[in-house]
Design a protein around this ligand. Structure first.
Ligand code: COA
Length: 381
């Protein structure tokens, strides 16, 4: 297997709604990444999207985006793993380049969500027969996890509020973030409306549109495309029972523990070497459980990390450094590609006002459904 590096990135700001069509939005992000790498064609294009068959009535988005780019005769396919689709597409591209099947691979994530039907469409990442049929949605499952956590560990009301506060603060320095212009205070978070008790507005990532892309090449050729390649040191996936109530302990997020261990082992580093963690903060409780399952906090202690300042840009495990899913936005299929672009910017000193001090190693997790798919990647400069 060959070592693989990221040699180009491109994205558009996350917005509540884009007028651009799905094909044009996805193609534009890919074009920007190709321009960044200085290439006008690739051998393979992997497209990540969650819900376009229902949001836009469009399936088969691999050839759709390739067509808009004028790329024909290449490997152009969609890859899907619910909210972790972007990381799944990146992993397929990584394996394709690592195995020598392609030299240059583009990965693009694109999503245009319709708020009118998003709750129903997002629920489809759960078990249709045994969860959705009982009336569950993504937020109702998350509410159950949050209540269970608060009760088991005696977390006071508002104990998780520091997670969205941190994300919104960080997003103020990211011009591509959905909530970049919004000042969100702790009081606003505390007084926000309840969505499904105990989940409140700021415990949720927003429904939005976006597209982001990266270009991968073998590391030995990377400097032909950029002076600042970022290598992918680790890539791993693990699954868990699809229905949350079938898990031995729903608060353990076993898939996150396993995928983290595997990815770090492959990268030959451990948690102490990780300079920052782009976490899948789709919901406050998922941020908290991810910190615990990934080995950055003991069970029941994750929520304290924000209050203690440990996950802030000057802490020992900065997370969501550009606003995360919570405040940059979570256009589902595009999310992991935004995270990756932000990681590349951090590792190459291009993160603007939120630039960390000379980070060398970053970790990213991507959560599919209610943590039935976990994908972890480790990056380095
Ligand atoms: N966080 C902060 N503010 C939010 C927000 C969020 N998650 N969602 C919406 N808002 C803001 C909007 O910007 C808007 O503000 P404005 O009045 O200043 O313009 C206001 O709240 C009303 O927006 P609206 O779109 O009407 O909210 P909504 O009630 O329809 O949606 C949620 C709120 C929480 C239900 C929706 O964001 C949601 O479903 N999120 C979860 C998505 C999800 O499950 N993703 C998959 C994760 S795996």
């Amino acid at each position: 297997m060959r070592d693989v590096s990221i040699v180009g990135i491109g994205y558009l700001p996350v917005k509540k709604e884009y007028d651009l069509s799905l094909r044009k939005l996805g193609a534009e992000a890919t074009r920007r990444a190709m321009q960044d790498a200085g290439v006008d064609k690739v051998d393979a294009l992997f497209v990540s999207n969650f819900g376009c068959d229902e949001f836009q009535g469009q399936k088969h988005v691999g050839p759709l985006i390739a067509d808009e780019l004028g790329l024909y005769g290449i490997e152009a396919m969609q890859v899907r793993a619910a909210c972790a689709s972007g990381a799944a597409a990146m992993r397929v591209a990584y394996l394709t380049v690592a195995s020598g099947q392609a030299d240059l691979a583009a990965v693009v994530g694109v999503e245009k969500m319709d708020p009118e039907i998003s709750t129903e469409i997002l629920a489809k990442a759960l078990d249709a027969e045994r969860e959705i049929a009982q009336g569950d949605t993504m937020v109702s499952i998350i509410a159950r996890l949050m209540r269970m956590y608060q009760d088991r560990y005696h977390v006071p009301d508002g104990g998780l509020d520091n997670f969205p506060f941190l994300a919104h603060q960080n997003s103020r320095h990211n011009p591509a973030a959905l909530f970049n212009a919004k000042e969100i205070t702790q009081e606003k978070i505390r007084l926000a409306r309840t969505i499904v008790d105990p989940v409140k507005l700021f415990d949720c990532s927003p429904v939005c549109d976006g597209a982001a892309a990266i270009i991968l090449a073998p590391t030995e050729q990377a400097r032909a495309f950029t002076q600042t390649p970022v290598s992918i040191l680790g890539s791993a996936v693990a699954n868990d029972a699809l229905r949350v109530s079938d898990r031995k302990d729903p608060l353990r997020m076993d898939a996150a523990r396993i995928s983290t261990q595997k990815a770090l082992q492959m990268a030959k580093v451990d948690q102490k070497n990780v300079n920052f963690f782009e976490i899948h903060d789709a919901f406050s409780i998922i941020t908290c459980l991810s910190l615990e399952a990934s080995g950055f906090a003991q069970p029941g202690e994750g929520w304290r990390m924000a209050a203690e300042g440990r996950i802030w840009p000057d802490g020992d495990v900065p997370i969501s450094t550009r606003g995360g899913l919570k405040a940059r936005g979570h256009p589902i299929g595009a999310t992991a590609l935004y995270q990756t672009c932000e990681i590349v910017e951090q590792l190459t000193g291009r993160a603007g006002e939120n630039q960390l001090k000379a980070p060398e190693i970053a970790m990213m997790n991507s959560v599919g459904g209610a943590a039935s798919t976990l994908i972890t990647h480790v990056f380095a400069v």
